[in-house]
Design a protein around this ligand. Structure first.
Ligand code: SF4
Length: 226
């Protein structure tokens, strides 16, 4: 291949580019720009998905749970219990399948996280054939691992709320709201809610006794290990 031959082809190429239809060039620019935008959106969505704890892949779970060896997660649907759930992870420890729930934005343990994990423990017992003695909550950016024991006391606490929810659905019983100042201040529907708690309001005796029962349930330091 000599120099003149290459130069000839290079000049031909330049002429072709100059003569290319402007619309084709514009189309190419739009296509490249679209690919860049889609790629940026996909990366952004993936970051948000990981932060929110939705549908993590095994690779992502391993990044979050470096000292655990996650199994493939499962989507449990129990007609018998009327419960369904998809734990963020499952690990095998001492012959038990242990469910994991990851809350990357959480700063502390909340009742609803514990309730979610207790539901997973019921589902794992039904579908994996053995009652898990505990589950893990992974909290905050530093992935603090908290062991939540599957105690009868906790399951009874969960059952209380499940019964309430089922009563409401089955018998159309009136809702029993449990307002709190901090919750109501941030609630999106507070302007339409007759139960919202304002700065000056205080808990009713019923609400107070329920709150005390809940706080006693979770104040036992021997029942969780960090
Ligand atoms: S404003 Fe009403 S719905 Fe919202 S948290 Fe308070 S009690 Fe619940």
């Amino acid at each position: 291949m000599n120099y003149d031959y290459l130069r000839h082809h290079f000049l031909d190429l330049l002429v072709d580019i100059v003569n290319t239809d402007t619309n084709v060039v514009l189309l190419c620019i739009i296509l490249v720009a679209s690919i860049i935008v889609l790629d940026a959106l996909s990366t952004y969505a993936k970051e948000k998905r990981i932060a929110a704890g939705v549908n993590r892949s095994i690779k992502e779970r391993k990044q979050i749970l470096p000292d655990l060896k996650p199994l493939s997660s499962r989507n449990y649907v129990s007609d018998m219990q009327g419960l369904a759930g998809n734990p963020d992870g499952l690990v095998s420890e001492n012959g038990f399948i242990i469910p994991i729930e990851v809350k990357p934005l959480a700063k502390k343990i909340r009742d609803r996280y514990v309730a979610q994990l207790l539901v997973y423990m019921r589902l794992v017992e039904e579908f994996e054939g053995k009652k898990p003695p505990y589950g893990y909550l992974i909290l905050g950016k530093k992935a603090r691992k908290v062991k939540i024991y599957n105690s009868e006391k906790r399951q009874a606490w969960l059952q209380y709320y499940l019964d309430q929810m089922r009563d409401f659905v089955d018998k159309n019983e009136p809702l029993k709201p449990l307002p709190s100042k901090s919750k109501c201040q941030r609630c999106n529907v507070r302007h339409r809610c007759n139960f919202q708690m304002t700065e000056s309001a205080s808990l009713s005796p019923t609400h107070r006794s329920l709150k005390i029962a809940q706080s006693n349930e979770f104040s036992d330091p021997s029942d969780t290990t960090h």
